[in-house]
Design a protein around this ligand. Structure first.
Ligand code: ATP
Length: 249
C-alpha cells in the first residue's frame, strides 16, 4: 500500500539500548491507525522516532519525502504533528496563548492565515473559545487534551501522532475524546496515528490497528478484526481471555 506515511525497517532506542526493531508501518491519507501494546511495548518511542525527537534508523517517508536525519522542527513544519503524552500544557499561560504556540510549527508561508484557523479551531472546540482568556491550568484533564489537539491543529498538520490521549481521563471524558478524533479526521481531513493502551475504545474509531510487543509489530489488521481477536488481546494487551476486564478504560 502506498501511504501518506511509509515506514520501513524503523529502528530507534535510547543511548545504546535498542527499543524498536525493524518496524514497518503505513498510514494512508485520511486514515486512523491505532498503535496498541502494553506498557513499555514501544508506542511512545515509535511516535518520538517519527517526530524526530528520538534518533531513528531505517526509512521514513512522509508525503513522498524522506524524513531521515531531518530536525524535529522541520518535520513538524512539514505537516507531521506530535501530541505527546502528558499534553505539554503551559498552565500559567491562557488557553489562547497555549493554542497560539502551535504557530511555531507552521510553515512560514501560512502564518498570515493563523487567525482564521484559530476561529476554525474554536468552532471545533467551543469550550476552548469560552475559556480562551482563562489560565490553561484551570481546564479539566479532558479539556487539556482538547487544548493539546488544538495547539497541534494550529500547525496545519496532515498527520497527527497522538500519544495516549485517554490517559488519566474518566471513561465518559475519554469516550468524548475518541469521538473528537473521528470529527478531526472528517472536518480537518487529517490522518491519525493513535498510540493507546485502551484497545477497545481506540479500535472503535480506527480503521486499522497494529499491535506492538517488545518493539516489534506482532499483528497488523483492520480494526474490527483486531477488536474481535480475544486471544490476541489477552496475549499482548493485558486483557483476560473472556474480554471482560479491559485495559485502562
Ligand atoms: P507506555 O504505555 O508505558 O508509555 P510505551 O509502549 O509507550 O509504554 P515506550 O515508552 O516507548 O513504551 O518504552 C519502550 C521501552 O523504552 C521501555 O523499555 C522503556 O523503559 C524504554 N524507554 C522509554 N523512554 C526511555 C528513555 N527516555 N530512556 C531510556 N529508556 C526509555
Amino acid at each position: 500500500m502506498t501511504g501518506l506515511l511509509e515506514v520501513t525497517g524503523l529502528t530507534a532506542g535510547y543511548g545504546g539500548v535498542r527499543v524498536l526493531h525493524s518496524m514497518d508501518l503505513t498510514v494512508a491519507e485520511n486514515e486512523i491507525v491505532a498503535v496498541l501494546g502494553a506498557n513499555g511495548a514501544g508506542k511512545t518511542t515509535l511516535l518520538r522516532a517519527l517526530s524526530g525527537t528520538v534518533k531513528a534508523g531505517g526509512g521514513i517517508s512522509f508525503a513522498g519525502r524522506a524524513l531521515n536525519g531531518t530536525s524535529a522542527a522541520r518535520i513538524a513544519r512539514s505537516g507531521l504533528g506530535h501530541v505527546p503524552q502528558g499534553r505539554g500544557t503551559f498552565t500559567a499561560l491562557t488557553v489562547e496563548e497555549n493554542v497560539r504556540l502551535g504557530v511555531i510549527s507552521r510553515p512560514a508561508s501560512t502564518r498570515a492565515q493563523a487567525d482564521g484557523d484559530l476561529d476554525r479551531i474554536y468552532d471545533t472546540f467551543p469550550v476552548l473559545r469560552e475559556m480562551r482568556r482563562r489560565p490553561a491550568g484551570a481546564l479539566s484533564g479532558g479539556q487539556q487534551q482538547m487544548l493539546a489537539l488544538a495547539r497541534a491543529l494550529m500547525a496545519r498538520p496532515r498527520l497527527l501522532l497522538i500519544d495516549e490521549p485517554s490517559l488519566g481521563l474518566a471513561p465518559l471524558t475519554s469516550a468524548d475524546m475518541f469521538s473528537v478524533l473521528a470529527r478531526l479526521r472528517e472536518e480537518w481531513s487529517l490522518s491519525v496515528l493513535l498510540a493507546e493502551q485502551n484497545a477497545r475504545a481506540s479500535l472503535k474509531v480506527a480503521d486499522r490497528g497494529i499491535v506492538l510487543a517488545r518493539g516489534r509489530v506482532v499483528a497488523a489488521a483492520p480494526a474490527a478484526e483486531l477488536a474481535a481477536d480475544a486471544g490476541l488481546r489477552a496475549a499482548y494487551l493485558g486483557e483476560s481471555p473472556d474480554g471482560l476486564t479491559g485495559v485502562s478504560s
